[in-house]
Design a protein around this ligand. Structure first.
Ligand code: C2E
Ligand code: CA
Ligand code: CA
Length: 722
């Protein structure tokens, strides 16, 4: 307390701690200032401590009293300040010429020391020398020359974790957003690229020729539209491809695979057999068929026993039925193909001899049952054709030839050729099937060399015409003869047509034989006619003959050259002959008819034509096949067939010839049925001209031998060109 009225002051001190310093705080200068101005402040130093002192007059006091408030710049204040500011606080006294002095600090002295040392640079924020703290020094009081600075200080170590945390938080945030962006990007990319990838894959599949797998991209956007149009394209390519495949690899008539597909299957079977040969090195017993593959060729032998059949359109349903039966008889892995005509082939993978034989047995069994009217009509219905009516059934047999890889051949062509050779062997031996045997090939080669000899045979007069009489059933008189060829081979002796005609037919050499026969027999016919014996001569024509362009001209020329009355010449053709190209054959038949020669349908009943079809042909005569004629002895069925054939043929204005008449009973029956002409061993076997003339004389008293002696025909050079 300072008495304002006096010079002396009495100081009362509140705060025991400061009891010693209080008198010094109330310095004279402060008091003088207070007396003048009412209140005053001063910085007071005392014993190494610095105070900020405020003197405030106490109102209403007399003598005037002053309240002195002293604030020490010391550790206590520094700690207070630190609590308020969260900054380490130190007070430093900086005097001119004296070292800086630490007045107090919220830090331990060692840590405050940097602040003390750095006392100079007030105002700015500095970094301590050790780099661990940041500080700022501000002058808060002046006492004469000396200043009191407050140093606010913070260790980086305290602040950094916050930054660290913030930094890692920010880093995490950045990472998270990157991850999020990445995820979203991926998701979008996935949504976009997956269908695109699928489309690309599909396009590649299409490029590689696989059109079957549909493209499964379902979306409403452009990609979806693209997929849809690609799918559309794929489907139409697939359909077109399938159509093309069908055309390229299947037989249009039966829908069966064709030769191309067959060869593929054979090659595949060979390949499989090859790889399997080495597969079972540990197996003692080879599995049946493994390491093998077989090829089968099959030729139909058809004969039908009916008289009221409908038309040539039968061939198709019959073939279709037969192919179905064959297909059902083979194993699922086998490929049945149609090679054309009545020829089929089967590729049998994993089949050795015994397996192939078993399959052949199954096929033979499947074809055994005759095709009945009902079955045929079912097939016709499937083909959208009108049903037919017939009183009997069609028998379809087959000759099968088998060749097995690798024994009979190691490539497709050899196997096929040898299966073909085996098939002919089966036909020759009247067997259902035959496995290839090297002896077959020798026989076949002999036949082929035989055929190549044919040209020589014709040129060097090795062929012979034999005559088999045709006799009027009612009168018993011979009306003429069928001319049948023989070959007097210099080494092999007399060969029957069966031994060389099938091959001559295949190679086309048959036309030479026909030319020769026409030349010789028409000359003979002319000679007989000139000698007063108008005897008919019947000559057989093959398919090749009927379709060759020079036939009509040739017949016309021979007729003219030898002055043959045309009605004495009969040309025999089988149904098969005109079936190959009916249009053209019909045209040729009309031209021949116009020449005035007679036309005869040979082997009637073994093909598929019907009597009503015959009506369209300009034919005069029908020869019932020997199988029906001879069948009459044992079966009522054949009796009925022959009887109705005769009746119907007569209704159409045709003469009927019965072939193969071997016994009297048969001839009597034919006579009773009204048959016109008979031919067969009962009447006479085919004979040389001289024998025939002798036979005629003995039978009918016709002595043409003497009359025609001058007309003995000489076989002259025959033009073989063409
Ligand atoms: P094809 O035209 O049916 O001739 C009838 C065949 O039956 C002849 O056999 C004949 O000898 C035989 N034959 C006649 N009567 C009887 C009989 O009572 N019983 C038996 N079992 N057979 C009888 P061939 O002479 O061996 O002629 C066979 C086939 O060769 C002929 O059948 C014909 O298709 C063909 N052929 C013969 N010569 C010629 C020809 O010059 N040209 C053509 N293109 N083919 C011919
Ligand atoms: Ca004949
Ligand atoms: Ca015949």
């Amino acid at each position: 307390m300072v008495d304002a009225g006096g010079v002396r002051a009495h100081v009362t001190v509140a705060g025991a701690d400061e009891r010693d310093t209080a008198p010094q705080l109330a310095s004279d200068a402060l008091l003088a200032q207070a007396l003048q101005g009412g209140s005053a402040t001063a910085v007071v130093e005392d014993g190494g401590r610095v105070f900020d002192v405020v003197a405030v007059p106490v109102p209403g006091s007399a003598p005037q009293a002053y309240l002195l408030l002293a604030l020490a710049y010391d550790t206590v204040l520094a700690r207070h300040l630190q609590q308020l500011t969260a900054l380490a606080t130190s007070f430093v006294r900086v005097g001119a010429g004296t070292p800086a002095q630490l007045l107090g600090s919220s830090l331990p002295e060692a840590q405050a020391l940097p602040a003390l040392l750095a006392g100079a640079g007030a105002g700015d924020i500095h970094r301590t020398h050790d780099g661990r703290h940041a500080y700022r020094a501000v002058t808060v009081a002046r006492a004469g020359e000396a200043r009191v600075q407050v140093v606010l200080q913070r260790a980086f170590a305290d602040v950094l974790p916050v930054f660290e945390r913030m930094r890692s938080l920010m880093l995490m945030l950045a990472l998270a957003s990157v991850a999020l962006a990445l995820g979203a990007g991926l998701l979008m990319a996935h949504a976009l690229t997956r269908p695109l990838r699928k489309l690309t894959e599909a396009a590649q599949r299409i490029r590689d020729g696989d059109y079957r797998v549909p493209i499964e991209v379902r979306s409403a956007d452009e990609i979806g539209m693209l997929a849809e149009s690609l799918n559309h394209m794929r489907q139409s390519i697939a359909e077109r491809d399938e159509r093309n495949q069908k055309l390229a690899y299947s037989d249009t008539l039966t829908g069966l695979p064709n030769r191309t597909r067959l060869i593929r299957s054979i090659l595949h079977g060979i390949e499989q057999a090859r790889t399997e040969q080495g597969i079972q090195p540990n197996s003692w017993v080879p599995e049946p068929g493994h390491g093998h593959a077989a090829v089968m060729l099959l030729d139909l032998d058809r004969s039908s026993r009916s008289t009221t059949r409908s038309a040539t359109r039968w061939a198709t349903p019959v073939l279709s039925l037969v192919s179905k039966r064959i297909n059902q008889a083979v194993r699922p892995a086998d490929t049945v193909a149609r090679l054309g005509g009545d020829e089929f082939a089967v590729a049998l993978p994993r089949a050795d001899e015994s397996v192939a034989r078993e399959v052949a047995k199954q096929i033979t069994q499947a074809l055994k049952a005759p095709i009945e009217c009902e079955e045929l009509n079912r097939e016709l219905k499937l083909m959208d054709e009108n049903p037919v009516e017939y009183d009997s059934s069609i028998d379809v047999g087959a000759s099968i030839g088998i060749a097995v890889y690798p024994e009979d051949g190691v490539d497709d062509q050899t196997l096929l050729r040898r299966a073909d050779i085996a098939m002919y062997a089966a036909k020759r031996n009247h067997a259902a099937w035959a496995l290839f045997d090297p002896r077959h090939e020798v026989a076949r080669l002999e036949h082929l060399s035989l055929v190549s000899d044919l040209r020589r045979a014709v040129a060097e007069a090795e062929l012979r015409a034999y005559y088999q009489p045709k006799v009027d059933v009612q009168t018993g008189r011979a009306i003429g003869a069928e001319a049948l060829v023989r070959w007097e081979h210099p080494q092999r002796g007399l060969l029957s047509p069966a031994e060389f005609m099938p091959y001559a037919e295949q190679t086309g050499h048959i036309t030479w034989v026909t030319k020769w026969m026409l030349a010789v027999t028409l000359r003979q016919c002319g000679a007989w006619a000139a000698a007063g014996a108008p005897l008919q001569v019947a000559i057989n024509l093959s398919t090749r003959d009927l379709l060759r362009p020079d036939l009509v001209g040739e017949v016309r020329k021979r007729l003219a050259d030898h002055a043959v009355p045309p009605h004495l010449v009969c040309l025999e053709i089988t149904e098969g002959t005109f079936m190959q190209d009916p249009e053209r054959a019909l045209k040729v038949l009309h031209e021949l008819h116009a020449l005035g020669v007679r036309l005869s349908i040979d082997d009637f009943g073994t093909g598929f034509s019907s009597l009503s079809y015959m009506k369209r042909l300009p034919v005069h005569e029908l020869k019932i096949d020997a199988t029906f004629v001879q069948g009459m002895a044992t079966g009522d069925k054949d009796v009925a067939i022959v009887r109705s054939t005769i009746e119907l043929a007569h209704n159409l204005g045709l003469k009927v010839v019965a072939e193969g008449v071997e016994d009297e009973r048969c001839l009597a029956r034919l006579r009773e049925m009204g048959c016109d002409i008979a031919q067969g061993y009962l009447l006479a076997k085919p004979m040389r001209r001289k024998h025939y003339e002798r036979w005629l004389k003995a039978r009918d008293g016709v002595d043409i031998g003497a009359k025609a002696a001058d007309a003995e025909p000489q076989i002259e050079h025959i033009e073989l060109a063409g």
